[in-house]
Design a protein around this ligand. Structure first.
Ligand code: SAM
Length: 354
């Protein structure tokens, strides 16, 4: 037997703490949705003033402020003052965590993952009993998924990841076109367009809500003239194109037919196909690392059920180990798979060619 928590008391304590954390994360998500943190970033406010500034009900805002201060997320100037006279503020230095969508510290989108799992829990129970799946669209997780990866795309994709692909970097500098398969709400494609002012990017995603949001995000980012988003199933053998390279960011493990998607990628380019996928350990370990724990929880609640919506599914799950990706790549016809020298806590990067 492997070592785990040793006593009932320890396990109960650990799960109790996890429950507090999950509850508090959802209150952060609520504050984010209501614009409460954003307004507090202008300076300390009483609950009444915060409510007036945001158009939110004052009694609810007071409860939320007290909860946030109790949780140590907001600071309060005088806890002994009358409830309506206390002034609440973001602790200095926490703005990046709560407010900056491009900061690596911005973990607020995690709240959206919790919310989405809660939304589909009855459907998940049914899927587990019957061996069926739960459609991606039912989770309503597009914004959270995009938001979670956005800082890496904005900050690292062009500055740190593309330099490990000199041929693709050069092609993009020269105004080449690339495809982004399973583009989600578009942050990777937008980062590429911003980093390479002459390049064009086509993003493909099967989820219409994602494509709609991506199109809006590209317009807001001022790159709509060079980034196009299309609703398409990338496992469709009829999908054709001629790109300098193809990206598949955190999507291969989600697919019922990952080999078909890789075949499409191979068909779309004579250049490299770049797969970014989960930083799962090489093999199963228990207990696992925090990253493995996160990946398995995501797999149980999201990726495996999403991938099992088709009748015949590879049923990969979030924990796609390097050997699995290499097998899929070989089955799709690639002759070379190289690990890109990119150090990242969450992701592995593979260059496929041949
Ligand atoms: C985990 S999300 C990743 C989104 C984005 N690449 C990112 O890194 O944030 C996986 C995406 O793959 C898309 N997807 C799943 N199956 C697909 C398919 N067969 N064709 C095209 N897109 C697909 C989903 O709709 C979703 O947007």
């Amino acid at each position: 037997m492997t070592a785990t928590v040793t006593t009932a008391e320890e396990l109960a304590g650990r799960l109790f703490e996890a429950g507090i954390g999950a509850f508090e994360l959802l209150t952060v998500g609520l504050g984010d949705r209501l614009g409460l943190y954003r307004t507090l970033s202008d300076g300390p406010l009483t609950p009444t003033a915060l409510a007036a500034a945001t158009g939110v009900d004052a009694r609810y805002v007071r409860e939320w402020c007290e909860q946030q201060a109790t949780a140590g997320i907001l600071a309060v100037d005088d806890p002994t003052a009358d409830p309506d006279d206390r002034r609440y503020v973001l602790p200095p230095g926490t703005e990046a965590v709560l407010l900056d969508p491009d900061s690596p510290a911005h973990v607020v989108p995690l709240a959206g993952f919790l919310e989405s799992a809660g939304r589909v829990l009855p459907a998940l129970e049914h899927a587990y009993r019957t061996g069926s799946g739960v459609p991606f669209a039912d989770y309503g997780v597009q914004h959270a998924q995009g938001g979670f990866n956005r800082p890496a795309f904005t900050g690292r994709l062009v500055a740190e990841w593309l330099p490990t692909l000199p041929d693709l970097d050069a092609a993009l500098r020269a105004g080449g076109a690339v495809a982004d398969l399973g583009c989600g709400v578009g942050w990777a494609a937008i980062a590429l367009a911003r980093g390479y002012p002459d390049a064009t990017v086509d993003g493909y995603d099967v989820d219409p809500a994602s494509v709609e949001a991506a199109t809006r995000n590209a317009a807001d980012a001022g790159v709509a003239d060079r980034v196009r988003f299309v609703v398409a199933d990338v496992t469709d053998p009829a999908l054709t194109g001629d790109y300098a390279g193809v990206f598949a960011f955190e999507m291969i493990h989600d697919l019922a037919d990952p080999v078909a998607a890789l075949r499409t990628a191979r068909r779309l380019t004579r250049g490299p196909v770049v797969v970014m996928d989960e930083n799962a350990s090489d093999g199963f370990t228990a207990p696992g690392s925090p990253v493995d724990r996160l990946l398995y929880a995501a797999s149980v609640l999201h990726c495996l059920p999403v991938g099992r919506c088709a009748e015949h599914s590879a049923a990969t799950g979030t924990v796609m180990r390097p050997a699995t990706l290499r097998r899929y790549a070989a089955d799709a016809g690639f002759t070379h798979v190289t690990d890109l020298p990119i150090d990242d806590a969450m992701f592995r990067f593979y260059r496929l060619e041949g």
